[in-house]
Design a protein around this ligand. Sequence first.
Ligand code: 5GP
Ligand code: MN
Length: 349
Amino acid sequence: MITKIIQEEKIQKAHKYIEKGNSFVIVSHVSPDGDSLGSSLALYHFLSNYGKDNVSVIVPNGFPSFYKWMPGSKEVIVYEKYTEFADQLISEADVIFCLDFNEPKRLDKMAPAVLAAEGRKVMVDHHLNPADFCRVVMSYPEMSSTSEMVFRLICRMGMFDLIDKKTAECIYTGMMTDTGSFTYHSNKPEIYTIIAELIKKGIDKDLIYRKVNQVYSEARLRLMGYVLYEKMKVYPEQQTALITLSQAELDTFNYQAGDAEGFVNLPLSIDGVAFSVFIREDVEYMKISLRSVGEFPCNKFAAAYFNGGGHQNASGGEFYGSLEEAVAVFEKGLIQFNPNNIEEMNMDA
Ligand code: 5GP
Ligand code: MN
């Protein structure tokens, strides 16, 4: 038995919407990751198994190739590419599930369409501070992942039997990727009860690990070598490390979406480094990834300096300006938020 985390009333409402609805849209955040895709596709498979044949998963932009093996990934509609079609699906949907994000901004260019839609919106998410744009808000930051919440939601509606192998594979992928393969945010015993159930559904967890983490190109590994040798700056006084990559550098290594995945975690393997930041030049802005170990709240750092947020140990944000300016903002931030001196930090600043 697993504990009842999601409020009963919310489960009932979602159940009713599912029962009565004919058309469903599942949306998730920009730059889809394993959990946004995993939770969305898991819900997609579940709804199909429940007998619903008008279900679409729509994401704002493309996703890395190492998620393309996921069952149902070929059906995912990329908003950037098929805007008109997606707009129509969104506006006509009876129910819109908003998975793995807490505020419309995370939908990027898709936000206006979702906000304007009349369908009943249900948020299933594990980020702090959910914005008020859904009828039903299931927001539980203590959960490892949105995928874990989808598992719990299905079970609480009494439909565990409708979780097939495909659904289970998607749920596991989200739980695995959002916890760094169970190396953070993953101490709750029930996570492993759920995994045991997923294995009984037929998933091969070791194979999923390999499909996500061990399918990189030679160029990506060389880029990683370059990053570690040339581009990692350590700030010992602040127990911090910074990695930056410009577009020109990325071009040199024939950068493909997803090639820099996980780089931000690398400096955390240095004894004494508790905070790591990675700034990557994107087309329109600088993409910032932040990770910490222990108590340092990198989501507060992301919110204060990079218009972002996320979890205590894994967050992100953006910066509009040059790489040099972004680094200057980061270094200024380190003065106020010094991970070596958490007690004296004014976290609310
Ligand atoms: P990543 O560094 O993998 O892109 O993001 C790590 C986590 O930070 C994500 O799971 C998400 O919770 C959060 N995050 C990433 N980018 C942003 C952003 O621009 N704004 C907010 N609020 N959160 C973000
Ligand atoms: Mn997530």
